[in-house]
Design a protein around this ligand. Structure first.
Ligand code: ISL
Length: 547
């Protein structure tokens, strides 16, 4: 029932994972051909981002049919084959389901328009005229969250974009249709679901204007719809439809208290919260602010409390910049820095998630100018910020650090053309580093980041204290060293991680004496320093005991 506690979940963004038919777009046949990579890593589950029929304006998060596969990814039979082949390797399959909104190409919009969220124009205004929108909400991908429909004489809500209309979950037929989606895939052998933006499905009873931040044109509609009054009941309905399937809620805006409710009462197994991913990007989501490690420790104390439920742990995903470029000291000890952050993540209580390409420490891709922006969000963020008076170069710089495109660069499999991703022309260029940073090269090198990831997966299965041990966040005021203690019965685990390549003394507050004779389970000192300066043995921190 709780197989996912000692497992690692590997996220596949199929468009960029592996291309099986040479058309330049990753697909299910390509994934099938690379499942042995996941098996070699030892991961317990594969989370597959949306492969349903879709106009692909948001790469599948705009669903036009919930019970089929888009021809760009293959066929329903291909998906069945992926599920069977994953199961044969002991890997469970988690599908990403997008139930807050559909694509505007979904037949429901034509045949059942009543299933969507509609509101009349603002009192005193004529529909379609400026200012007549029911509220001042903006869509995540730019512009107003409201689309005027002259035929219906009403506005339609799209919290992400006009072409991703929000479903009206206050309607029993919508809830029943959503539950049917889970039943359909369960019957095909799928083991679990990642529920996209599930915290947004229950809209507030009354939709009201919200605050507009300086430099913004609209209020944040997403923030205003989080955690509506009926959310727990709606989620419970999904749980009841899918038996003991793993249910992961993608939960922007969730708090430890609402996470606890969503798990205890709603029946979610874990939530993907984003508080830690906002620490180095605010006030605007494009503005980079150096991560203060003390903030991350405060986050850990908030979310590692068992009262907040079982966390889904992640640093990277398909919406985030590359972990290896974002955290630590990548400019200097690239691989060692990336490996250290992997260990830090795995040392926490919860199920670790690993995004494709992060296991080989892929970096952010170069971004010359606005024409290089591919993703809808990046383009919208730039346009909205510039409309609000921001300097375009500054916004671009932010997107160089934080944009979604970085995660969507094809996985670098080997040193061949296009990193071995496709035999054709990739839909977006392969990573320029593919010739030297790729899966094949890292597999052959026992001191690589890839091997650290594999060892972490194995360690989780071997060491119950890593899974079930209680957590103490140590050194809350230290801005450089991240340290945790886990304890289960007579076993104690200690994580001490330096997050800089600069020489740093062993933290005085962690007394090494009681650890004399302890076993070193994993050290990132074994990871090659990438041609960066070799560690100076006189000053580099050392573990208190050698294995
Ligand atoms: O990215 C975020 C924080 O860093 C979140 O605000 C959140 O993950 C995101 O905006 C919601 O994402 C999900 O739904 C979107 C889709 O574009 C994303 O790819 C998906 O992960 C709309 O379906």
């Amino acid at each position: 029932m709780t197989w996912w506690r000692d497992a690692v979940v590997y996220e596949v963004y199929p468009r960029s994972f592996a291309d099986g038919d040479g058309d330049g777009v990753g697909d299910l046949r390509g994934l099938l051909g690379r499942l042995d990579h996941l098996a070699w890593l030892g991961v317990g589950a594969l989370w597959l981002c949306p492969v349903y029929p879709s106009p692909q304006r948001d790469h599948g998060y705009d669903v036009a049919a919930y019970d089929d596969v888009d021809p760009v990814f293959g066929t329903l039979a291909d998906l069945d084959a992926v599920v069977a082949a994953a199961h044969a390797r002991g890997i469970r399959v988690v599908l990403d389901v997008v139930l807050n909104h559909t694509s505007d190409a979904h037949p429901w919009l034509r045949d059942h328009p009543e299933r969507y969220v509609w509101r009349p124009p603002r009192p005193g205004f004529r529909g379609g005229e400026p200012g007549a929108e029911p509220t001042n909400w903006g869509a995540a991908f730019g512009g107003s969250a409201w689309t005027w429909d002259p035929g219906r004489g009403r506005y339609r809500l799209g919290l992400f974009s006009p072409w991703q209309p929000d479903l009206d979950w206050s309607r029993p037929d919508v809830r029943a249709a959503a539950a049917d989606v889970l039943r359909f895939w369960r019957a095909r052998g799928v083991d679990g679901f990642r529920l996209d933006v599930i915290t947004l499905v229950a809209k507030p009873d009354v939709l009201r204007d919200g605050p507009v931040r300086p430099g913004a044109r609209y209020a944040d509609g997403v923030a205003l719809c989080v955690d509506g009054p009926a959310l727990v009941d709606h989620v419970r309905g999904l749980r009841d439809a899918c038996g003991d399937a793993l249910l992961i809620g993608e939960a922007p805006g969730v708090t430890p208290a609402s996470a606890a409710r969503l798990t205890a009462q709603g029946g979610l197994d874990m939530v993907l919260q984003f508080e830690h991913a906002e620490l180095d990007r605010w006030p605007e989501r494009w503005r980079r602010r150096p991560l203060d490690l003390r903030d991350l420790k405060r986050w850990a104390r908030r979310w590692q409390d068992p009262g907040a439920g079982w966390p889904a742990l992640f640093l990277g995903n398909h919406d985030q910049a590359r972990v290896a470029s974002r955290y630590g000291d990548p400019g200097r000890w690239h691989s060692r820095s990336a490996a250290t952050w992997a260990v830090v993540l795995h040392a926490h209580r919860g199920t670790p998630f690993l995004f494709q390409g992060d296991e080989i420490a892929m970096t952010n891709r170069p971004l010359a100018g606005p024409d290089d922006l591919v993703d809808v969000e990046g383009r919208a963020v730039l346009a909205e910020a510039v409309a609000g008076g921001a300097d375009p170069e500054e916004v671009l710089d932010g997107l160089r650090a934080l944009g979604r495109d970085h995660a969507r660069v094809p996985v670098s499999w080997d040193g061949g053309p296009h990193g071995g991703f496709t035999t054709g022309t990739p839909w977006t260029p392969a990573h320029p580093e593919a010739p030297h940073r790729n899966v094949a090269a890292e597999r052959a090198d026992r001191s690589s980041v890839l091997h650290v990831h594999r060892d972490l997966v194995a360690l989780r299965r071997a060491e119950p204290a890593l899974v079930d041990g209680d957590v103490t966040v140590l050194l809350p005021d230290d801005p450089v060293v991240y340290a945790l203690r886990r304890r289960l019965g007579r076993t104690e685990l200690l994580l001490v991680a330096s997050t800089t390549a600069d020489p740093h003394p062993w933290p005085a507050a962690v007394d090494p004496a009681p650890w004399a004779g302890a076993q070193v389970l994993l050290t990132t000192a074994r990871v090659a320093a990438d041609g960066d300066p070799a560690p100076d043995p006189a000053t580099a921190p050392t573990a208190p005991t050698a294995p």
